[in-house]
Design a protein around this ligand. Sequence first.
Ligand code: APR
Length: 308
Amino acid sequence: MRKKITVVGAGNVGATCAQELARRDYADVVLVDIIPNYPQGKALDVNQAAAVLGYEPAMVGSNGYEETADSDVVVITAGKPRTPGMSRDDLVSTNEAIVSAVTKEAVKHSPGAIVVVVSNPLDAMCHVAKATSRFKKHRVVGMAGILDTARFSTFIAHELDVSVKDVTAVVLGGHGDQMVPVVSATNVGGIPLPELLPRGRISKLVERTKFGGGELVSLLGTSAWYAPGAAAAQMVDSICLDEKRILPCTAYLEGEYGISGLYMGVPVKLGTGGVEEIVKLKLTADEKKMLRASAAAVREVVGVLKKK
Ligand code: APR
């Protein structure tokens, strides 16, 4: 049977994710937004592109949740994006109310779904979606690590003038300025990054990655959408197609990496069951320290939430 995917939020990130998924042609996609006519218009446009690009025009736009019933995956992108001068954490109370409201509606109609959270501040919004849905931890997962890793990989590929396809990078931790690009697990064509670049050059790429979201906000005047939308779609693929890919995602930790009761970016195995495994990666002492600092920063934002 064809899969069904709901994307809540038909703005920049949601529409990009929905379009990527529609082009894959394995699922019906429902796009939901609070703005009247907006998701309907986006769905119609994507469906008309299908005639040119060669996929089935199977996207539906809606301002309600009836059409979303029995979705396999619900992607939550509803909320305010960042504007220049704002950190992701500045969005916390506005987006808590939005994410809580949309999660409640979405899971009411799709009680068996896996929820993929994209709204920021990401780690905190995963707590909101888990608390609201009351789903078990493996069924609520956040998108951040794939995006942060994609940014790191892009900078490495440019620096070394090699194909990004041959860069294997890992970025863990919270989706904030304290994220942890794991240099010890990063290689290019199998060659460890520290053998290819001097420490100083690597540090510059690491710093640019940590502030990669902010760089885009200052260029665009709002937060990015092509890479975030593509990253969320990659997670949906792994879940819907049971690919069991090992991807850096935001998962609820209960002791793994020495962290408990907190959503953090770690490598996970993603399949039909959602987070099927939290993969252990050997970290250096420095990386462990950075991960702890990142966890402390996430805890601070989670502490501001009304419902945890
Ligand atoms: N129900 C449904 N949709 C909503 C609701 C709601 N209660 N509240 C807001 N929205 C919709 C808005 O109408 C808008 O179309 O969410 C959409 C958000 O789209 P954009 O403003 O374009 O923001 P976008 O860039 O897509 O970012 C969305 O993802 O990456 C994160 O930081 C980003 O938190 C932000 C989210």
